[in-house]
Design a protein around this ligand. Sequence first.
Ligand SMILES: Cc1cc2nc3c(=O)[nH]c(=O)nc-3n(C[C@H](O)[C@H](O)[C@H](O)COP(=O)(O)O)c2cc1C
Length: 240
Amino acid sequence: MAKALEANGAEAEIVSIGTKAVQGCIACNKCAETGRCVFNDDLYNTIWEKAKDADGIVVGSPVYYAGPNGSLCALLDRLFYSASSFLRYKPAAAVAVCRRGGACAAFDRLNKYFTINCMPVVNSQYWNSVHGLKPGEASQDAEGLQTMRTLGNDMAWILRSGNVMAIPKASRVTHVEDIAKSLDLVLTEEDMKAIDQAFPPPIHKYIWPVGSSWETTAISVSFRPRRHCPLFRPLSGRCG
Ligand SMILES: Cc1cc2nc3c(=O)[nH]c(=O)nc-3n(C[C@H](O)[C@H](O)[C@H](O)COP(=O)(O)O)c2cc1C
């Protein structure tokens, strides 16, 4: 997945939570005042900083008893409870790795962190899972790997579309043209019309300012015209 993101021009960094004990949330609610968890450990601080900087987030976990790894959930509870404000609206995806069963349940559980926080969930052509027991076995699951490639391509596509949308109308057209240039696309007049149709003034009203639930509605509406506009076409290699 990281390779697919990089092939699409997006930087990807993989951060492991390691094997040490991970503190869980104790519902002290101090983070509501400070924006940070009271347990000031390196793992939490590292993930907090990286999540803040990232444009999109992918959470991967092995499947344990048909759920995500417990240490990961301990960390995610603290991260999402303390950092929901800056995680909001970042595109996110979950991936579960298992030997045989429970991937869908683990995948659902991880998606719950995103779907309670206005985060657009990025999808692939199958529910995001890869199968393997021992280290290296997952790399033999051809269908799982293909699902990951598609997911990487789709995340890059959403990030790119998001960049187009997150630009106020005055500078948006220039930005759209820059992106088209970097993709070696020539925008016709028809494409520009499609872009303008995709961002009519009422939608702008909902995209700016960020922070209302209307924004989510606006984003899903804005994706619709992609078939008419090269910028919104799936990237090459998608589903393949
Ligand atoms: C405590 C524990 C519970 C597990 N439960 C499941 C399970 O419910 N379903 C499954 O298919 N595999 C299960 N497995 C196998 C792991 O999913 C598998 O070892 C893992 O995907 C390998 O990923 P990793 O090398 O990143 O740990 C379990 C493994 C452990 C250690």
